[in-house]
Design a protein around this ligand. Sequence first.
Ligand SMILES: Nc1ncnc2c1ncn2[C@@H]1O[C@H](COP(=O)(O)OP(=O)(O)OP(=O)(O)O)[C@@H](O)[C@H]1O
Length: 254
Amino acid sequence: MPVLNVRGATVSYGGRAVVRGVDLAVEPGEAVALMGANGSGKSTLIKAVAGLVPLASGSIELFGTPQKRFRAWKRIGYVPQRTGAASGVPSTAAEVVSQGRLAHRFLGMPPSRADRDAVTQSLAEVGLADHAHCSVDTLSGGQQQRVLIARALATDPDLLIMDEPTVGVDAETQAALAAVVADRIDAGCAVLLVTHELGPLTDRLDRAVVLADGKVVHDGAPPRPVGEHADPHHEHAHPHANGDTADEAIWGGK
Ligand SMILES: Nc1ncnc2c1ncn2[C@@H]1O[C@H](COP(=O)(O)OP(=O)(O)OP(=O)(O)O)[C@@H](O)[C@H]1O
């Protein structure tokens, strides 16, 4: 049974369909990249999965349950597109990460030992153990992004959905975060990763789904990493060299 099963999903903004009849299934433990050019509908699709925007038509099942009846949101970690973790209300990194535990808690109950441990561990995983009590608005943009990733990890998800989680994060930290996500994949967590380019997680991806103009135009093997170009057997016709933009239509240029 897929952890996520999207069938014929259409999402419209003001009467304009920006996600158009998308099918997308993610199996348990599978790591899938969602790719495509700016404006192709990637964020809108995963917002629909997270229940943040309604479907105009089609259906979404989460862990075999229709989304409308789904209640086990603690099984899903969601890292939204970069907005900064600072909300205008002063809160510490640990407070933001503890939001990831809210679905685990009974209403009105203080955090349990398990909640506190999960927050501490998630902050340590993203390398911010020393910043737990820092106000997020004093952290850099990249550190704020790591706080949002820690918040998603803190729920101990079975499905981790990330919308360009490493934009604005330096290469070294990207590699460290990729290792954190790879550990979760090893532990059986499924991942749906919105990304423009395949970074250090490339080797861990099972599939890439590519959107163009709101539709799926590819669902299969991830594109080869750029390093592949160094391979002497590499036989890729460079679209930029001859004016052919077919590859960009598939993988989405930026
Ligand atoms: N809240 C909104 N109201 C109206 N139109 C929107 C809204 N959000 C997104 N759009 C439009 O919907 C289309 C798809 O946007 P979306 O953000 O899903 O694409 P994306 O593939 O995630 O792009 P990017 O890579 O730039 O984040 C775009 O044309 C965008 O302008």
